[in-house]
Design a binder for this molecule. Sequence first.
Ligand SMILES: Nc1ncnc2c1ncn2[C@@H]1O[C@H](COP(=O)(O)OP(=O)(O)OP(=O)(O)O)[C@@H](O)[C@H]1O
Ligand SMILES: [Mg+2]
Length: 473
Amino acid sequence: MSGERILLVEDDADQRGLVAGVLAAEGYVVAEAESLAAATAELARAPVDLVLSDWKLALGEGGEQGDGMQLLARVRAEHNGTGFVMVTAYGSIAHAVEAVRAGADDYLPKPFDRGALLLAVQRTLRGRELERENRRLAAEVTDRDRLVDLIGRSAAMQQVFRRVEKLAGTEATVMLTGESGTGKELVARALHRLSRRAHGPFVALNCAAVPESLAEAEFFGAERGAYTGSDRTRPGKLEAARGGTLFLDEIGELPLPLQPKLLRALQERRFSRVGGTAELETDARVITATNRDLAEEVAAGRFREDLYYRLNVVAVEMPPLRHRREDVPLLIAHLRERFDRRHASRTAPFAPALLRALVEYSWPGNVRELANAVERLVLLAEDGRAKLDDLPPEVTALPGTPGPGRGASRFQLPAGGLSFEELERDLLGQALQQAAGNRARAARLLGLPYKAFLYRLEKHGLATAEGAERAGS
Ligand SMILES: Nc1ncnc2c1ncn2[C@@H]1O[C@H](COP(=O)(O)OP(=O)(O)OP(=O)(O)O)[C@@H](O)[C@H]1O
Ligand SMILES: [Mg+2]
């Protein structure tokens, strides 16, 4: 259940027992106190998410006095992240106003029923959660979050940074793997920039972009007359990268006939131009990248095993963006500035609702896709304000994200109608699957309060692990 901790402070034991019962039944963990002294002791013992306090309190054990307002002052001074709901006596609206002025999130006039109690509690907890979330989203890029042009604060990216720093000082042949748009090329450039070769050339060759007939000349160069119409000698990339770094992008696309030739050149550090006999030397450091599973390509006979081992001396795997969502706000701040510079615009930091939508999306195209979305937001901003409606539809199409495309036409009711119960069950299953079983995330995907989500899970018998599995299959 919800598990949020509430400190209930009330001098009337009967009343306190009643309220505690209602809150506990909702899944809250309730601590109780009757006086300011007892409440203070409880706060010092363990942090709470919310204090629900009566205005009037009992005398403390030592006979010391204190009321809800003093408790509120203490909470604001020492536990400012904690929610506070003041319970006020019948008709004392002045107290309510005073409490809210002093920093209470809400007030609850006596007598109150279960509904009013839960509403005040839920609203306050949700408000506090949003505030925490907004603070988290308002990220700023610090030196620690940056390596050359790479940005990342997540543990996964920090690990990549440490690896890159370590490898940069070596001559190791590095293979970069990871989905498209995860920053493999940036890592290759960072490895170069941080190495002793930084003053030498960084030469990139995209193996997928070279026609097979020209590939050999691209790598090794061609002597004059090697091809019809080649009227001058042209150096290849291996030659151009001398003293520097040769970055072979999409190495999985390297034509099979070329593979033994490249292997030989890398092993012997010698090669000849097409149509030439002279042996040339190269000392280029080689870094490769692929978004394919090269081991699989090897198994399928599409990539030579010996070359694979020669290239895959050390691997660095780039984590997909959806596995490091905490980097998204940071990347947004960085990209917003990048595109503001490029387009000579000045876009204000994005509003929380917009940031939330961007953090929630799964970014199948990773940072490249995020960069495109941010550039579009910057370009379409009005008065420097980026708008939620300018997000691509697939980003906002996510349930739980307010925004465009949520109109009536988005969900088409089939002509024959449908079973609402089945639809609900199906959506719950999908959300659980998309959230990899994380219920809090699944609830957010559906835009449901956690408890409402759990209630529906139970209703459909999906609250157990097997139930959830059945829904996912
Ligand atoms: N960690 C990061 N910090 C800042 N920008 C990043 C980061 N990762 C990627 N980018 C940006 O995202 C875009 C894509 O990055 P990059 O070209 O390095 O990806 P890639 O892994 O080589 O993709 P592909 O496999 O499609 O070639 C670039 O604009 C790059 O600047
Ligand atoms: Mg690339």
